[in-house]
Ligand binder design. Sequence first.
Ligand SMILES: Cc1cc2nc3c(=O)[nH]c(=O)nc-3n(C[C@H](O)[C@H](O)[C@H](O)COP(=O)(O)OP(=O)(O)OC[C@H]3O[C@@H](n4cnc5c(N)ncnc54)[C@H](O)[C@@H]3O)c2cc1C
Length: 349
Amino acid sequence: MVRATPAPPHLGVATSAAQDGDWRSWVDAMERLGLASGRVRELTAEDVRAICRSPVFRAGILLGLAATVQPARLARSLRRAILDQGVRVFEGSPVRRFRAGSPVEARTPGGSVRAPRAVLGINAWARRWRQFRRTILPRATYIVLTAPAPERLAELGWTGGEGIYDFRASLHYLRTTPDGRIAFGGASSRAGLGTGVGARLDYDAASVEKLVGDLHRMFPPFADVPIEAAWGGPIDVSALHLPFFGTLPPGTVHYGLGFTGGGVGPCHLGGKILSRLALGIEDDVTRLPIVGLRPKRFPPEPVLSVGAYLTHEAIVRKDDAEDAGRRAGALTTWLARRPRRLGYRIGPG
Ligand SMILES: Cc1cc2nc3c(=O)[nH]c(=O)nc-3n(C[C@H](O)[C@H](O)[C@H](O)COP(=O)(O)OP(=O)(O)OC[C@H]3O[C@@H](n4cnc5c(N)ncnc54)[C@H](O)[C@@H]3O)c2cc1C
């Protein structure tokens, strides 16, 4: 059972002067749409300190309608729910061949499945599919988990269970656990050449080491608390930072991709969209602009690999310099801003 307890709010904080006020456009948009009241509140640095005392936290925003989930519990509960509906699940069965016809056919080493309609939710692995190759860019994100140290959380005043993130372009996202740990996540610090989905997207020692340093900088009382686990995985970065949904010819296969590392909340809407597409139902949900959206394409190889490598590393260097109270060098800043200048919603503006 996934407990959706009355959820503590989410706190977005600036960790450098360059991030101050980066949330204003969100707040403005929410106000324009009449969605701000009771949902979002701007916080002074003092307000932020009342929630969590980190030496690097500045002002921020509090999002009132928020939740944190335990992802393993979520996955296991979803599995149990569909098994209860009579669905058969075949884990560890990689689809090696796929035909989007009538019927749809998916072939695995152990057997084939044929169905009148199918849904593809294959995240960064879509990069291996010709149809999606230019629409997503696989990147990695990693998490480090401390040992339980509830007394250190108390020292920080971070006892309300709030999820926290910063406004770096190479985001940090963090939460506590009921037994007093910090789970500290962040974008990979190294891009590496190539845009495939390989083992390094699951674990990269250099990125993990950097993440531990970032954790200690943000929360000095955790400097001597052991790190008990570290893991990662691929995310499907889309050019406009928006998921997109659609249907492949001849009309029997529907897909949802491009969650850009933030798919847990939107997947609920994604599920509604995909089930309606598969059942041929048209309504407000299937008329959303993200359905049938032609995603902006990334450049072809080798331009993408080289460009993604140079800009990714520059984005991280710029964030790190600003977090250290320095200005990033001119070349780093120029490179970090290239994606936005070229119309991609990636990196700083
Ligand atoms: C470390 C980490 C932390 C994250 N933290 C957050 C967070 O805090 N908040 C948030 O919103 N999101 C977070 N995300 C992102 C979130 O997990 C994804 O956005 C979300 O899971 C995307 O859902 P999906 O169904 O599109 O893809 P997935 O959940 O990745 O599912 C795709 C599945 O397709 C399978 N697959 C691919 N190709 C094949 C094939 N050929 N044959 C068979 N199976 C195949 C894969 O094995 C995978 O199981 C995080 C991701 C990682 C890696």
